[in-house]
Design a protein around this ligand. Structure first.
Ligand code: NAD
Ligand code: IPM
Ligand code: MN
Length: 379
């Protein structure tokens, strides 16, 4: 079978290379076992190490090079750690995270999907047993909003300094985001074995998040668009929460949410919270996609960052990255059925590994988790 598809592995910084090592080993075994028509290239950029050697996080044509791939898996970018090493080479986040934002924007990966599904065996931080029913999909606007990158500092460093950070919300980006959220809600309901119940006997829901009481301009654009598109989806229940109340309800009753659609920044914050509802940062995957342009390479990455506090200590849970790899394979499954089988197998392995923890075996380390999964896969 020829090598039809190419994946770019971007380990990045901090725990990124540690969790990517595990993902690479698992990917290799999946390719062999399922004879997948897949190959991959591991890049040493974007990263602090590349910047130290070359004076930039990635080559000038980095995005153009990555555009040629069929999908990307990113470990993490940011402070490389460990924090105890005061002489480590650290850049400001605005420099080190710029490649991630550039990839999202320049490849027009406008939807960021962050599933938050509690799986048996995962740590459960909420005492209420209904916390085991958490199964939501947060869809985050990924191309504009609070991350539009416009603004500046006037008279920096003086007492007269003025900083502006402009938020930009366009009708086009709002419409495509919200329509996508409704489509995904409908799709999820159709795929569920046991229907969920929302208002008026509906089996799917979309909850819109805004801060329209204080930020009415984009809040009202989102609300009007949401109401208009909801009319096209009479089978989907609708709901709205202000972002502050949403934080409260994510803790009080997260099992009530299905699809949640939010702006770039609100979605960012809510998905760290949602990660903890499902066991912590080591168990939260994500996908940056352009649902209209499936030929553009999608970018998959754990929700977490470079975790400099635990970098280099074999403490990073690699399963958020493995779950992101499973999402990547699902995304490519339409090319070949074996890719879908490999994605399902990986998903099952992660669930089996979590079930081990339900039986009392604690998380055993980054490398040990990888070795165990690889042994199961090779068996
Ligand atoms: P973080 O997600 O890196 O870490 C937050 C906490 O979660 C830390 O205590 C860390 O030890 C823990 N944690 C994270 N991943 C874990 C894992 N796999 N297993 C176990 N524990 C894990 O967030 P932060 O500390 O706010 O940011 C650190 C750096 O990462 C910053 O430079 C930030 O800008 C960057 N960052 C990058 C991304 C990305 O590349 N996608 C995402 C978020 C933050
Ligand atoms: C994430 C991260 C990024 C974001 C940062 C690192 C720019 O927190 O992917 O969740 O805010 O989008
Ligand atoms: Mn984040």
């Amino acid at each position: 079978m020829g090598q039809a598809l190419n994946i770019a592995l971007l380990p990045g910084d901090g725990i990124g290379p540690e969790v990517t090592d595990v993902a690479e080993a698992v990917l290799n075994l999946l390719i062999q076992r399922y004879q997948l028509p897949l190959g991959y290239t591991r890049f040493d950029w974007p990263s602090h190490a590349w910047h130290q050697a070359h004076g930039e996080m990635m080559p000038g044509d980095g995005v153009a090079q990555l555009r040629e791939f069929d999908a990307m898996l990113l470990g993490a970018l940011g402070d490389p750690g460990p924090l105890e090493d005061p002489s480590r080479f650290v850049l400001s986040d605005s420099v080190s995270l710029a490649p991630l934002l550039a990839l999202r924007k320049q490849l027009d990966l406008w939807a960021c999907e962050r599933p938050a599904h509690w799986l048996p065996g995962a740590p459960q931080y909420l005492a209420d047993p209904r916390a085991r029913e958490v199964d939501m999909l947060v869809i985050r606007e990924n191309s504009e909003g609070e991350y539009s990158g416009q603004g500046g500092r006037l008279a920096p460093g003086t007492a007269q300094e003025v900083a502006t950070q402009v938020e930009v919300f366009t009708a086009r980006a709002t419409e495509r985001l919200i329509r996508h959220a409704f489509q995904r809600a409908r799709q999820r309901a159709a795929q569920r074995e046991t229907p969920r119940q929302f208002k008026n006997g509906k089996h799917a829901q979309v909850c819109l998040i805004t801060k329209r009481n204080a930020q009415p301009f984009w809040g009202d654009l989102y609300t009007d668009t949401f109401q208009r598109i909801a009319n096209e989806f009479p089978d989907v229940d609708t709901h709205h929460e202000l972002v502050d109340a949403a934080c409260m309800k994510f803790v009080q009753c997260p099992w009530r949410f299905d699809v949640v659609v939010a702006s770039n920044l609100h979605g960012d914050i809510l998905t760290d919270l949602a990660a903890v509802l499902c066991g912590g940062p080591g168990l939260a995957p994500s996908a940056n996609l352009n649902p209209d342009e499936p030929t553009l390479p999608a970018l998959f990455e754990p929700v977490h960052g470079s975790a400099p506090d635990i970098a280099g200590q074999n403490l990073a849970d690699p399963r958020a990255t493995l779950m992101s790899l499973a999402m990547l394979l699902e995304n490519l499954a339409h090319h070949h059925p074996a890719i879908g089988s490999a994605a399902q197998h990986l998903h099952d392995l992660i669930q089996a590994d979590l079930a081990r923890e339900a039986n009392g075996d604690p998380f055993s380390g980054t490398r040990e988790t990888g070795q165990r999964l690889c042994q199961w896969l090779a068996a």
